[in-house]
Design a protein. Structure first.
Ligand SMILES: NC(=O)c1ccc[n+]([C@@H]2O[C@H](COP(=O)([O-])OP(=O)(O)OC[C@H]3O[C@@H](n4cnc5c(N)ncnc54)[C@H](OP(=O)(O)O)[C@@H]3O)[C@@H](O)[C@H]2O)c1
Length: 279
């Protein structure tokens, strides 16, 4: 029997790369999409050597309309069907709303929202017909928490809303696909070590946060895989973020907002003091 194939967007680093490693270990063949082809090729070769799985390499810029259709058509031309989808590619849109150009916000929406939805729309009918599908949408804990001071400067004004949409869509898909063995999960990571913070220019402040605020991409990939297999619509990796999200559910919004802002300011102050002491 042919191995199942999962399409992973943004597989050239961070959470996408960790998802590829995780799924290859479980015996999935891979279709790897991102802009940096050299990285995808290196990952594919490593996964072949380590796990014996095959990969399709599809260089793509998902901020451009039409790319989801092209990706799916390349996979079909290679004679493969898509059994799993990890919608993960992404970057922030740094700067407060008034400081940014609309064209940049439009590209952000194409990458972070439209391409995710288009890919789901393209692969879902086949999954439904074959009665098997696994969809992971990489959301963010920022969609579940009041915004910490300064957060939107790095990831963008629309970022938490875009990630929130993925949660609601995953919940709707879970309901629509009940009994069809097609599972959809939104994984909501907090701060995760990856290149994300380099791209957004937030590396320096992020690297000063206490350890318990930071997740690894491998933690996120493990949680996401476990959740989609168990057909959980939403998953929050890590004990600290589970606690924060649970707390926010019982606190009134203004109290939650105050607490998160205070906590993040205190963490940054402590980190700066540690840095000064070390110098
Ligand atoms: N790191 C965090 O703290 C964190 C927290 C919550 C949620 N997330 C979410 O996790 C996802 C993955 O981010 P990460 O942390 O793993 O960051 P990362 O290491 O920077 O990875 C981002 C991936 O997305 C790809 N990508 C970016 N722009 C693209 C484009 N225009 N077209 C195609 N691919 C593109 C990048 O590949 P190329 O550059 O090769 O194209 C890369 O493979 C994102 O959706 C992010 O919003 C991250």
């Amino acid at each position: 029997m042919a191995r199942k194939l999962v399409l992973i967007t943004g597989a050239s680093s961070g959470i996408g790369e960790a998802m590829a490693r995780q799924l290859a270990q479980k015996g999935w063949d891979l279709a790897l999409a991102a802009r940096r082809e050299d990285r995808l090729i290196a990952l594919a070769e490593e996964m072949k050597a380590q796990n014996g799985v095959d990969s399709l390499i599809i260089p793509a810029d998902l901020s451009k309309p039409g790319e989801p259709e092209r990706i799916v058509s390349e996979i079909e031309k290679a004679g493969r069907q898509i059994d799993g989808l990890v919608n993960n590619a992404g970057a922030g849109q740094p700067g407060y709303f008034t400081e940014t150009e609309w064209d940049d916000q439009a590209r952000f929406l194409e990458l972070m929202v439209t391409s995710y939805l288009k890919l789901i729309h393209l692969v879902l009918p086949g999954m439904e017909e074959r009665r098997f599908g696994r969809i992971i949408n990489v959301s963010s804990v920022s969609a579940l928490l009041p915004i910490a001071t300064g957060h939107t400067r790095f990831s963008g004004t629309i970022y938490p809303g875009a990630k929130g949409l993925l949660i609601k869509v995953s919940q709707s898909l879970k309901a629509e696909m009940t009994g069809k063995n097609v599972h959809a999960t939104a994984v909501c990571p907090g701060y995760t070590w990856s290149e994300f913070h380099d791209v957004n220019g937030a590396r320096q402040s992020i690297s000063q946060l206490p350890d318990y605020w930071m997740l690894t991409a491998e933690d996120v990939a493990l949680s996401a895989y476990d959740a989609v297999e168990r057909n959980k619509a939403v998953c929050v990796p890590g004990a600290w973020y589970k606690f924060l999200v649970g707390l926010m559910r019982v606190l009134p919004d203004p109290a939650g907002d105050w607490l998160i802002s205070r906590q993040s300011k205190r963490a940054m102050k402590q980190a700066q003091a540690n840095k000064a002491a070390a110098e």
